[in-house]
Design a binder for this molecule. Structure first.
Ligand code: GDP
Ligand code: MG
Length: 370
């Protein structure tokens, strides 16, 4: 059943809680400000106080905000979004750095790269590949927990001198649970004690059958240190993405996910957003979780200001009124009023969830303070 606290009802009407309590008292109901009343009572109170009531089903507020998948016309190929996972010290960070370096031509406009949580490189086969630059299971799990699906392909890094380890298995489990295809990068093959074939057979025990053993999982021997095999790995990612036939409609209002967000002393809230559908433009009104704002600037992974960002493009977004959270879904809305409606609704939801979690402990304390 729909309910609301007296405090919340008063807030939404911009009335004082005490006036609501007085009115209920006149009707023979004794309440304190933290009490919960049902929607019918709340409506009576609101009308009594001269407010027009529009009861909105919870789902209505979020209605039409996200499409999750694009259908119909204007579908065009989009770059794959790749996350690198694997056991600690197997070379995730080194690989991400090495891949990025293979691609950044020094002297290129805005050639000084900056860390924004994700970056794009050009594949030797043409087309782009987007890497989420925050490796680790924590980020992946956090996003999944919030219902955000950002990764198209997982690159599983296994060090050839160490083999399959607990977090390797964990990564396999995560990818399988999320239904995301895996590509194996056998790293550190430059080391004298590298045993890439041992990695292949160890993977078999976890039902990953690599291509050279007759399976379907692409595998590449690489070295983040020497750069060996990196171009071939990028080619493999492009081939895998062609199989996946990844498409999105760039000709619509943007939707995406917050990859990282922080409060910057000079620039205010800064969120790195991976655009997943549509095109995000400066001037757009965006909501992300319980925050909203008008896009003041978009900055790409090379630190350059851009006017727009299409599907699979990561950009820093400036202009949020507050700092959203990693994993928050982003959508462009048509007006500030709509942005306020959505974010106020989510803020209420958040508050109500917190209140519910506080549960009886909070209530007892409140009762004691009366
Ligand atoms: P992460 O914990 O998975 O991010 O691993 P790192 O990228 O931090 O790498 C762990 C260590 O392995 C570092 O000392 C790296 O320099 C080293 N390393 C990573 N890749 C290679 C490689 O291909 N060859 C060699 N010889 N060392 C590597
Ligand atoms: Mg690392």
């Amino acid at each position: 059943p729909e309910t609301i606290t007296i405090q919340e009802l008063a807030n939404r009407m911009s009335e004082r809680g005490v006036d609501v309590i007085k009115l209920l008292m006149k009707q023979g109901q004794m309440h304190k400000i933290t009490d919960v009343i049902d929607a019918d009572t709340a409506q009576l109170v609101a009308e009594e106080l001269g407010h027009t009531v529009k009861r909105v089903a919870e789902s209505d507020v979020e209605e039409g905000l996200f499409d999750t998948v694009d259908v119909g016309e204007n579908l065009t190929s989009r770059p794959p979004v790749v996350t690198i996972m694997g056991h600690v010290d197997h070379g995730k960070t080194s690989l991400l750095d090495a891949i990025r370096k293979t691609n950044v031509v020094s002297g290129e406009a805005g050639g000084i790269t900056q860390h924004i949580g994700a970056y794009q490189v050009t594949s030797p086969l043409g087309g782009k590949i987007t890497f989420i630059d925050t490796p680790g299971h924590a980020a992946f799990t956090a996003m999944r927990a919030r219902g955000a699906k950002v990764t198209d392909i997982v690159v599983l890094v296994v060090a050839a001198d160490d083999g399959v380890m607990p977090q390797t298995i964990e990564a396999i489990t995560h990818a399988q649970a999320a239904g995301v295809p895996l590509i194996v990068a056998i790293n550190k093959v430059d080391k004298p004690d590298a045993k890439p074939d041992r990695v292949r057979t160890e993977l078999l025990q976890h039902s990953i059958v690599v291509e050279s053993l007759g399976g379907e999982t692409l595998e590449f021997e690489v070295s983040a240190k020497t750069g060996q095999g990196l171009e071939t790995l990028l080619e493999g990612l492009t081939l895998q993405s062609e199989i996946l036939d990844l498409k999105a409609n760039p000709e619509r209002s943007a939707e995406g996910t917050v990859i990282e967000a922080k409060l910057d002393r000079g620039r205010g809230p800064v969120a790195t957003v991976l655009v997943q559908r549509g095109t995000l433009r400066t001037g757009d009104i965006v909501v992300a979780g319980a925050e909203w704002g008008r896009v003041r600037a978009l900055i790409n992974d090379l630190g350059a200001n851009v006017k727009e960002a299409g599907p699979s493009v990561p950009v820093e977004v400036l202009g949020f009124n507050g700092t959203p959270e990693a994993g928050d879904r982003v959508a462009v809305v048509e007006s500030e009023a709509r942005a306020r409606e959505v974010t106020e609704y989510r803020t209420r939801q958040k508050r109500e969830r917190q209140a519910a979690r506080m549960g009886s402990a909070g209530r007892t304390l409140a009762d004691m303070m009366r």
